[in-house]
Design a binder for this molecule. Sequence first.
Ligand SMILES: Nc1ncnc2c1ncn2[C@@H]1O[C@H](COP(=O)(O)OP(=O)(O)OP(=O)(O)O)[C@@H](O)[C@H]1O
Ligand SMILES: [Mg+2]
Length: 502
Amino acid sequence: MMLWPRMALENRLSGEDYRFLLREKNLDGSIHYGSLQSWLRVTEERRRMMERGFLPQPQQKDFDDLCSLPDLNEKTLLENLRNRFKHEKIYTYVGSILIAINPFKFLPIYNPKYVKMYDNHQLGKLEPHIYAVADVAYHAMLQRKRNQCIVISGESGSGKTQSTNFLIHHLTALSQKGFASGVEQIILGAGPVLEAFGNAKTAHNNNSSRFGKFIQVNYQETGTVLGAYVEKYLLEKSRLVYQEHNERNYHVFYYLLAGASEEERLAFHLKQPEEYHYLNQITKKPLRQSWDDYCYDSEPDCFTVEGEDLRHDFERLQLAMEMVGFLPKTRRQIFSLLSAILHLGNICYKKKTYRDDSIDICNPEVLPVVSELLEVKEEMLFEALVTRKTVTVGEKLILPYKLAEAVTVRNSMAKSLYSALFDWIVFRINHALMNSKDLEQNIKTLSIGVLDIFGFEDYENNSFEQFCINFANERLQHYFNQHIFKLEQMMPKACIQNTLAS
Ligand SMILES: Nc1ncnc2c1ncn2[C@@H]1O[C@H](COP(=O)(O)OP(=O)(O)OP(=O)(O)O)[C@@H](O)[C@H]1O
Ligand SMILES: [Mg+2]
């Protein structure tokens, strides 16, 4: 029961039921009791005066953990994040969760000084940072002897892959205390290789991941990196044969065409990007001005992006491939296959005669080039591109494709080749990352997994693969909600039950 001062009770207006009592000291020292409503009126008036600039703005204090906001609602939460972002503080905690806001510019907060600074610190002791999250996972793994996992989520272009790279960098640095060698080098080299083959420029992000990846770094119980394992999910294959307006094919094609040496250009029969069907489909977006007047967006599709140096990117890719263990001969085979895919896309078809549906290739000069690059017989390639084999009971039928079918088959062949190449690259990377010690029975390993998937995107027309990407994001969000909110809410109940049982 609360006891209210007599004077306040006497002064209250009839019908007003005080729950809060405001005590104000007047200039002469006397005490004045006000109601909550009058206090709210004064506060609102003061806020309006400040907005108009009649009163000075109070010093805005920001909170590095949203849980410590005195009044937590959407507005205060966003204001706090905005306020911090203005001061280049892109990281904010929500308990043990880290919110990162993409600064789209380089910030000098990732150098070795910061690696050292965040080493073995309790979360929240220092300014929020991605290194602190990696550090907590690392030390929790060592202390509790339990595997850890870091899940990264956000829409396309929000900075998931960049954050993954910072996490992996810190996780390997912690193990070696600043000196990356052997397996750490391979782990660090795997990122750029996977990004060159699995990332592309999209309308939302110039380096958008078109596949999901889970990197698991394995450690000895002492905390030294043993090896790693990469798992890939759902590479977007449709991008290989068709790109939406203002989007590009996978980076590696542009790197190869810009950076190949004269000798490689001749050996792989390389042309300019605009001469390949798989790179030059300028799918202009129609802009309707009136009901019967369509015009097309004149913006050309991009072969280069501002600030990009494709030659340099090709050199970086070669170096990363070398780090991961791709020998020059293997690299050449990979580039030959990429070139074959581009030439394959240039094959076009025509109807042989008007009488039947049989088809022919209208630019047969491309066939020997593709057959040479793929190292397959020209006749076999031709057969595969124009005919289908069907086996019935005791009979083998060879039927010609129809025009539309043949184009689909050509595209499917290109997609299968690229997809198999990507799988093989992941397999080779895993082979290089696998440490023979991992396989020994007597060595107990611990691990930290980092999940970086393709981000949510919302287009006017979402393709089936886009639907899969968005569905995966929604499932991940569900998993997050389940663990962070639902299980957390259940926790006290479980604890109470345990206490009662004991
Ligand atoms: N911490 C950061 N500091 C500086 N720039 C950043 C940072 N995070 C992201 N960026 C910039 O934003 C771009 C997009 O980030 P990123 O590719 O990581 O997004 P994503 O969430 O992985 O998107 P997607 O889902 O399309 O793969 C990066 O290429 C980089 O230029
Ligand atoms: Mg990404």
